[in-house]
Design a protein around this ligand. Sequence first.
Ligand SMILES: [Zn+2]
Length: 255
Amino acid sequence: MPAETRIFICRSDNYGVLLHDPESGATAAIDAPEAAPIEAALKASGWRLTDILVTHHHADHTDGIPALKQKHKCRVVAPAAEAAKIPAVDETVREGDKVKVGSLVGNVLETPGHTLGHISYWFHGDRLAFVGDTLFSIGCGRVIEGTPEQMWRSLVKLRDLPNETEFYCGHEYTAANIKFARTIEPNNKDLAAREAEAKQEIAAGRPTIPVTIAEEKLANPFLRADVPEVAAGIGMAGKPAAEVFAEIRARKNKF
Ligand SMILES: [Zn+2]
């Protein structure tokens, strides 16, 4: 049976996501930004929380863990490199490890840059990826702990997932990201189409994610630092992709 998901806003612009295995009844929260909206989503769905899969240590992804753990006795899975900064961890994982949510199987991908130990969870069989604050719809996370080079490699790793993979990210930043992306690729028709689509979703009060990797490759400038026209467009023709990425990220920081 295919996995089911539920997505909802936590705090102000964080996403809470539940991943449910209908076969076993197991349900994982991807990160725990805030306990109350996660409890509300569990109640609305009738699902029982069995696991929390943590992408990275930031408080806006982990603050809800203690209350949820106390109530549901759920297992907390976290990146090995950041476990000391995350509350109530039961199991640590690293690149290549597999994480089961009932009968659903996720692969752990290390995607450092935003933080040094950041991981993403790729549920190959269900064509789902949970990418935390590494990749956003038409954007990417700030490079806080790692280097731009590291972040670029992490983004390429996610870009290389199968085209049909739907990814869920940690924040609703799409509208602001599109505004910035238009300054990098003003003539990108796929980006213009995404802008129209996002406006409709936001006006209807719906989330702009998930998005497929295929769609994202065409419109997200941070995944396109190795496209010659993108480099040329910002006056960096022929430069290494990691440098082009670093420049685009630096411009976004000031935008
Ligand atoms: Zn973060």
